[in-house]
Structures are given as structure tokens and as C-alpha cells.
Write a protein that binds this ligand. Structure first.
Ligand code: SAH
Length: 355
């Protein structure tokens, strides 16, 4: 008998599944049942689909597999943060993080294995980009953290940020599919305004998101509003300089009327002077926005050092004097390398990620 190449069933939409069942001479509504098991209930094998007959389950097994992620290693930080090393079906590893505060439990998820962007202050950049995550692999990271929130904190997951490994706008369609499932009542039913996509800022894709009418929040990793400095930190800025980024943000705001958040690290001797602070304040005037000043999480002994408290205060003073909201964010999970930019910091993980 001819060997059937089994497909990842979660790559099929509900309409695809309906078509499949009809082709097999089965009823269309089976698709909805199976879809609910796969997404809403996150089942990992066909045998648990109790309202599906044994013969139909066997038929599904013949054609499909369920590529579920596996949490390989879970590390707990002293501050409550949990980092998951997540093993994918091809044994590659990504990381995701649960961040608890008194008001929220946030899932920080990865969108790619490694990253292609070479931001030179970020640990993930040291792993070259190996592949995009599928929508179900992104979705599963959220489900794993939702379960951990319930198990360890007895609280629901409240927020999701795409601030793990990878650049979400370079894996756009899978990220959007995952968000559709996360927000749909067939999936997790979470409100889009509780989701934030963080990007280095790829103008063409920011415009596409605006055209697509997305309802989630947008954060831009800015780090400098002066081209020369930003290009030094983030080579992508050579391809898409600040003028182009600003223009795409104007387009975003016109279409969505949603403000944007700028993520900003202040480094000693790099962007800790008044000129940089004033340039940031000016950039913030392009569209309604706020600034998250994030603490630098050292990734080695390297050239980057967190700026002084006085420099951070100078930034806040200048931004606030111009009516811009600036929040200074404390870092979380540093002791387990779970903080921003530290994912894949440890050699063990780099080795686990099979190239
Ligand atoms: N590629 C996306 C999402 C991943 S990074 C993006 O760049 O936005 C998530 C955030 O962590 C970004 O704002 C990034 O600039 C920041 N970051 C990276 N390395 C860091 C470090 N060592 N310390 C603090 N923040 C860092």
C-alpha cells in the first residue's frame, strides 16, 4: 500500500477540515468537533476525542499528526518568573516566559527559532534564524503558560507579548493565525487588546498590519531616535531608517487610531545624553505614544552597560516635560536568563537548538 505522507492537522483551517471530511464521505460538522478538540481543548492525540467514532479517529491518524510542543525544562526565578524551554517537533528549542505581577500574568512568547536581525545587544541574535514557528507552535506556548498560571498562581493568564525569540513581523502570517486562534471563541477567547506585538519596526509590515485592521497593540523596539546610533545598535535601521519608520507609524495611526509603545534601553556612553533624550521626545510626537524605558539585561561581559540612574531620570524629566508618558520598567527573571534579550543566553540552550 502506498505510504501516506502525514500532515500536521493544525495547519488546516476549519474550512479545510470540512472539505476533508466531505471527501471522506463523512459529515461536515465533524470538522467543528475536531477543531474544538485541537484548539479549544488542546488535545495532544486523536484517541482522546471521545465524541468521534473509533473508525473516524483511526482514519484521522492515517492522514494526520498533531505536532504538539513539549515543555522540556521549566525554570523558576526568585521573583516568580517562569521560563520554559520548549521543544518543537523537530527537536529545536525556543523559550517562553511567564511573568507574574500583582495585577497581571503575562506570557512572553517566541515567533521564530533564533533570529535574523543581529541587534547587537540581544542574546537571541547570536543564534542565526533557523525557521519560523508554525501558528500552532506559537499557540501552544500560550496554552502552556496559561496552564502554568493556573497551576502555580491559581490565576488566569491576562496578557500576551510577542517579545520572546524572533521577529514576529518576519513570520507574519503564522503570528496572525496564532493570534486569531488565541482571540477566537474556538480557541482561548482572549481580547486582542491584551496582546502586544513587539517589533524592530519593519515599515512595510507595519503598513500591512494597519491595512489588515489588526486589533492588538503595537510596540516598537526603538532604543534610539538618532539614525547613526540606532544603526549601530540595530543593523535593520540601515535598511529602514527612522524617517521611513515614522512614516509607517503615521499610516498605522491614521488607519487604526491606536497609539504605539516605544521600548527603549538607555546605555552608558551610547544614548544616555540629552541630545538622545530630546530626539526621542521629538520622535514621540509623530503619533500618540508612550515610552517603556527597560533595564538593560547584560548578555555577557561586552561593550554594553546600563546607564546611570541620573541618565534615566534625565530622560523621564525631558519626556514628561513634553507631555509624554514614560515608565521605567524593572527587569524580571534575570537570575534564570528569562529577561528581555537574554533568551538563548546560555550555551546549553544554544547547543540544544540543533542547527
Ligand atoms: N524582535 C522583536 C521581539 C523580541 S525582543 C523586537 O525586537 O521587538 C523583545 C525586546 O527586548 C525588544 O524591545 C528588544 O530590543 C529588547 N532587548 C533585547 N536585548 C535586550 C537586552 N539585553 N536587555 C534589555 N532588553 C533587550
Amino acid at each position: 500500500m502506498e505510504e501516506i505522507q502525514k500532515r500536521d492537522i493544525r495547519k488546516l483551517s476549519q474550512a479545510d477540515l470540512e472539505e476533508f471530511f466531505l471527501e471522506q464521505g463523512e459529515k461536515k460538522f465533524r470538522a467543528k468537533q475536531v477543531y474544538e478538540w485541537l484548539w479549544n481543548k488542546s488535545l495532544k492525540n486523536f484517541d482522546e476525542m471521545t465524541n468521534i467514532s473509533l473508525s473516524t479517529r483511526e482514519m484521522l491518524k492515517k492522514y494526520f499528526i498533531i505536532n504538539h510542543i513539549q515543555v522540556d525544562l521549566m525554570q523558576h526565578s526568585q521573583d516568580g518568573t517562569i521560563k520554559n524551554a520548549v521543544k518543537l517537533f523537530d527537536d529545536k528549542i525556543v523559550e517562553s516566559v511567564l511573568i507574574p505581577t500583582s495585577k497581571r500574568i503575562t506570557a512572553c512568547v517566541s515567533s521564530q527559532v533564533g533570529c535574523s536581525l543581529d541587534c547587537n545587544f540581544c542574546a537571541t541574535a547570536r543564534l542565526k534564524r533557523m525557521r519560523n514557528l508554525n501558528a500552532d507552535e506559537i499557540y501552544d506556548q500560550v496554552v502552556a503558560i496559561k496552564d502554568e498560571a493556573e497551576t502555580y498562581f491559581k490565576r488566569p493568564l491576562t496578557n500576551i507579548v510577542f517579545m520572546g525569540m524572533g521577529e514576529p513581523l518576519l513570520n507574519y502570517s503564522n503570528v496572525i493565525d496564532a493570534i486569531d486562534k488565541i482571540t477566537s471563541s474556538d480557541g482561548l477567547g482572549m481580547a486582542p487588546r491584551r496582546i502586544t506585538l513587539s517589533t524592530v519596526g519593519i515599515p512595510k509590515m507595519i503598513k500591512k498590519m494597519a491595512d489588515d485592521g489588526v486589533k492588538f497593540n503595537l510596540a516598537i523596539s526603538l532604543h534610539s531616535a538618532i539614525n547613526e546610533t540606532r544603526s549601530r545598535l540595530m543593523p535593520i535601521n540601515d535598511k529602514s531608517p527612522l524617517e521611513e519608520l515614522g512614516e509607517s507609524l503615521r499610516y498605522w495611526y491614521e488607519k487604526t487610531k491606536r497609539k504605539v509603545t516605544y521600548e527603549y534601553v538607555i546605555w552608558d556612553g551610547i544614548n544616555d545624553d540629552e541630545q538622545h533624550a530630546r530626539a526621542l521626545a521629538k520622535f514621540c510626537k509623530i503619533i500618540p505614544s508612550k515610552v517603556n524605558i527597560i533595564q538593560y539585561n547584560p548578555i555577557d561581559e561586552g561593550e554594553f552597560r546600563q546607564a546611570s540612574k541620573a541618565a534615566v531620570e534625565m530622560y523621564v524629566r525631558i519626556l514628561e516635560s513634553q507631555g509624554i508618558i514614560a515608565k521605567v520598567r524593572k527587569s524580571r527573571g534575570q537570575d534564570i536568563d528569562a529577561a528581555c534579550g537574554q533568551l538563548a543566553n546560555k550555551n546549553e540552550v544554544a547547543e540544544l537548538v540543533k542547527i
